[in-house]
Design a protein. Sequence first.
Length: 416
Amino acid sequence: MSFFQNLISSIKSGPLRSRYLRSKDFGHLHEDINKAVESVMSKSGEVSSLVYAEHLSNLIEDLGDKQFIDFFNSLLEKYDIDSNSLSEASKEYSRNKTQRNLEAITQSSEPQWVELFRRLNTVSEGTHKLVKLRERIRSLEKDNTDLAFFDVALLNLFKHWFNPSFLVLERIDWSTPASILEKIIAYEAVHEINSWSDLRARLEPEDRRCFAFFHPLIPNEPLIFVEVALTDDMPKMIDEVIKIDRGITHQEDINTAVFYSISSCQDGLSGISFGNFLIKEVVHKLKQENEDLERFVTLSPAPNFTKWLKEKSIGENIDGDSLLKQALIYLADSDRDDGFPNDPVARFHLGNGATLERVNINADLSLKGMHQSKGVMVNYLYELDSLEKNHELFFKTKIVQQSEGIKSLRKKFQIQ
């Protein structure tokens, strides 16, 4: 990341206004936000547009929630699609199919405020600011449905700007800068990190790994990270993996990589799937480090299982074989209209081509684990030779690929 950090630092070494206004007069920077928008949208010069865009970006950040909502309502009204221009462009293209007429349709069919987002992206830390902007939009969207226009538009832009080919995979270890480690603690979404000692136990030992994706334009913010345990067996309980006082599995005994926590870090990037690319990159990285790795598995939560049991009016005190039977139904069958598995984590891993390998009861006895899943956790197996085939089959048939052990249990419990 140091290369990218140096590159971005040199490009964005200071606010554009202070760098350029000394040599050029750009006129008045309006404190009225609507006039500031007009300045950004009307400037054609690259440098002048940047200066005005940076000023507008700061004004938007300072808005209170009501002002924020009013501002975007005004954008929607003043800079929406010109339906008359679009209609004329469509008619002209139908009469004369030329590249120029096609470009006219493309330009007319996009709201002008989308171009405003592109210009805001060019300012100092503009990409990160837009991610935070979408995060704020999403937080206010429930009660202000018109904000959905801007939510979706930013998501579509981010899908291009955060293309996986732009992402940088970095190992997070105990020597990683403290500012990044603090964010790993804060963003951990599966198994809470309760102290620096807890974090150290997940990063420093030779049988533990953590990898994160970064974007070159946001070098100090992880986008998503995965924690990995290198073991000599497939674990049944999360405590075996994350407890601080445990034995170390030495290099010569390691044959299994266990993905036990995947955390997305930026709510403003919700809707963009980084996880499948992250797992594949990490698998490749780990195989380079240790050719003796034979298995790649997860120890995953089943976060909506308890909720599903309540919806089915199944007894609150269910346990043992009855709990296991219901977990097998929940994970492999579907009550959804689209036919995909009930569990979001199952949809993620099975969609990546993994197999439902094993279901473990009493696997997560933490308050969170009991509340979300009655303590149930799941091993998904990533067999490298069959990932693509499984991926295609899953999306074509929606059938869950299952291990022989899972099939035997379903037969035992007479699950059709």
